[in-house]
Ligand binder design. Structure first.
Ligand code: SF4
Length: 395
C-alpha cells in the first residue's frame, strides 16, 4: 500500500530518502564498504573519487521514494508497505545548498522513484536543478538520474543543467530484466533511454559523461554476459563508466530469500571492466570459467596470465608497452616508467623493477631481466584480493 506523509520534517525526510538512495552505485566497490565509513558522517553523503584521486563527498538523495514501479529487488517498490515521502524542489534545493555552503558536501547525485509517471518525477527533479543553478548560483557537480520512459525534451533539459546523466540498465538483457522487474522494459525504455543520453552526449559532451548501473547476482546472469554488454556500452555508446551493484536481498520484497551476491564477484567485475577500458583486453580474452563467471581466487589479469603461460616470461628490456601492460603486477604507470627508464639503462636487477612501482612479488614471476629469471617462491603468488587494478577513478 502506498501512502504519503503530508508534512514531515526535512531532516527526517533526508534521513529516509538518503538511505534508500544508496542502492544507486556511483563510487567505491562494496568490498571497500568498511573504508567508506570514515567518509560517511551522514547516511546521505557518499564518497566518490574526483579529479587526481581526491575524495568527493556526494549528497545522494531521492526526490521521492513513492514508486509506480514494482521491481522485485527494490526497497521502493509499489507493493512494499512503508513510509512514502517526497521533497518539493524548493525544499531539496535549499537543503542541499545548506550542506554545500557548510562545506559538508562537494556535489549532488539526484535520483527518484517513479512518482506518478517518469515525466512527472523528472519535472520535479529538473525544477530542483533549475533552482540550484539559477536561484542559488550553484556551479558544482551534479549527477542526474534519467528514469525509464522519460520524454526526450526533459532529458535534453537535464543535459543542460547536469554534469553527468545516467540511466540504469539493471541487467544484461530482456530475459534477465524480466526476473528483476515486471514493469521495466529493457529494449524500449532502458536501452532506448541510454541511446538518447548517448546521442546528447555525442552532440554536446557532458562534463562527466554518461554512466549506467547493473544489478549483479539476482537474475542468474553470467559475468561473461555482463562484460560483453559492458564492452558494447563502452565501444558504441562511449559510456564513462559502468557500475556494478552486488545484489542485496531486502525484506518484504519478492527476492528477500535470495542469497546476496558476494562483494568479491562485484569487485572482480570492476577489475575486468578496468582491463577492457584501460589495458586493451577484449571480452573474449577474459579468463571466464566454464560457468561463464570470472574466477574468484585470482584477479582477472593474473588469472589470464596463468592461463597463458606460453606468453611468459617476457624480457623486460624488449617487451613493448602493450605487452608490459599484461604482466601481473605491472600497471599503466609502471609500464610507462619501464619503457622510459630502459632508454637510459637496461633492467638487470630486481631493485630497478621495484623502483618503477610494479608489485615486485608478482611481476618477477612473469619477467626476465637481461635473460635471467628471478621468480618468487611459489607460495608468494597469493589468492588474496589484491588492489593492483585500483578502481577508484574520477567520478
Ligand atoms: S522503478 Fe523499480 S527500481 Fe526504480 S524505484 Fe521504482 S521499484 Fe525501485
Amino acid at each position: 500500500m502506498t501512502y504519503l506523509i503530508k508534512k514531515p520534517d526535512s531532516s527526517a525526510k533526508l534521513k529516509i530518502l538518503g538511505e534508500v538512495a544508496r542502492f544507486d552505485v556511483c563510487g567505491f566497490p562494496s568490498i571497500f564498504a568498511p573504508k567508506q565509513k570514515k567518509f560517511q558522517r551522514f547516511k546521505f553523503i557518499y564518497p566518490a573519487v574526483g579529479k587526481k584521486g581526491s575524495c568527493v563527498r556526494l549528497f545522494k538523495v531521492l526526490q521521492s521514494n513513492a514508486c509506480e514501479g514494482n521491481c522485485f529487488y527494490c526497497a521502493n517498490r509499489k507493493d512494499r508497505d512503508f513510509q512514502r515521502i517526497n521533497f518539493s524542489p524548493d525544499e531539496l534545493a535549499r537543503l542541499f545548498i545548506q550542506y554545500y555552503r557548510k562545506r559538508l558536501v562537494d556535489g549532488l547525485f539526484l535520483s527518484s522513484a517513479i512518482y506518478g509517471s517518469a515525466n512527472q518525477s523528472e519535472e520535479k527533479m529538473l525544477a530542483t536543478l533549475q533552482l540550484l543553478r539559477d536561484k542559488y548560483g550553484y556551479g558544482g557537480y551534479i549527477h542526474y538520474k534519467v528514469l525509464p520512459g522519460t520524454d526526450e525534451a526533459l532529458i535534453k533539459a537535464a543535459a543542460h543543467l547536469a554534469d553527468r546523466l545516467s540511466i540504469n540498465l539493471e541487467a544484461p538483457g530482456e530475459k534477465y530484466l524480466a526476473r528483476l522487474s515486471p514493469t521495466k522494459k529493457f529494449t524500449r525504455e532502458l536501452m532506448g533511454g541510454l541511446e538518447k543520453i548517448a546521442r546528447l552526449n555525442q552532440e554536446k559532451p557532458l562534463k562527466a559523461g554518461i554512466t549506467t548501473q547493473l544489478v549483479v547476482g539476482a537474475a542468474k546472469e553470467t559475468d561473461r554476459e555482463i562484460l560483453s554488454l559492458t564492452n558494447k556500452l563502452y565501444q558504441i555508446y562511449k559510456l564513462w563508466r559502468v557500475y556494478y551493484s552486488a545484489f542485496m536481498p531486502i525484506k518484504d520484497t519478492p527476492l528477500e530469500r535470495m542469497p546476496p551476491c558476494p562483494p568479491l564477484r562485484e569487485y572482480r567485475l570492476y577489475q575486468a571492466d578496468f582491463l577492457l577500458r584501460k589495458y586493451g583486453f577484449t571480452p573474449q580474452e577474459l579468463p571466464f570459467e566454464k560457468n561463464g563467471n570470472l574466477p574468484q581466487g585470482h584477479d582477472p589479469k593474473l588469472a589470464w596470465a596463468l592461463k597463458n603461460k606460453d606468453k611468459f616470461p617476457l624480457e623486460i628490456n624488449k617487451a613493448d608497452f602493450s605487452e608490459l601492460l599484461r604482466v601481473p603486477g605491472v600497471g599503466r604507470i609502471s609500464a610507462k616508467r619501464i619503457v622510459e627508464s630502459r632508454k637510459l639503462e637496461k633492467f638487470s636487477r630486481l631493485e630497478q623493477l621495484k623502483k618503477t612501482g610494479a608489485v615486485l612479488s608478482r611481476a618477477r614471476n612473469f619477467l626476465t631481466l637481461e635473460g635471467k629469471f628471478y621468480p618468487a617462491p611459489k607460495e608468494k603468488i597469493t589468492s588474496r584480493v589484491n588492489e593492483q587494478l585500483f578502481l577508484w577513478e574520477e567520478l
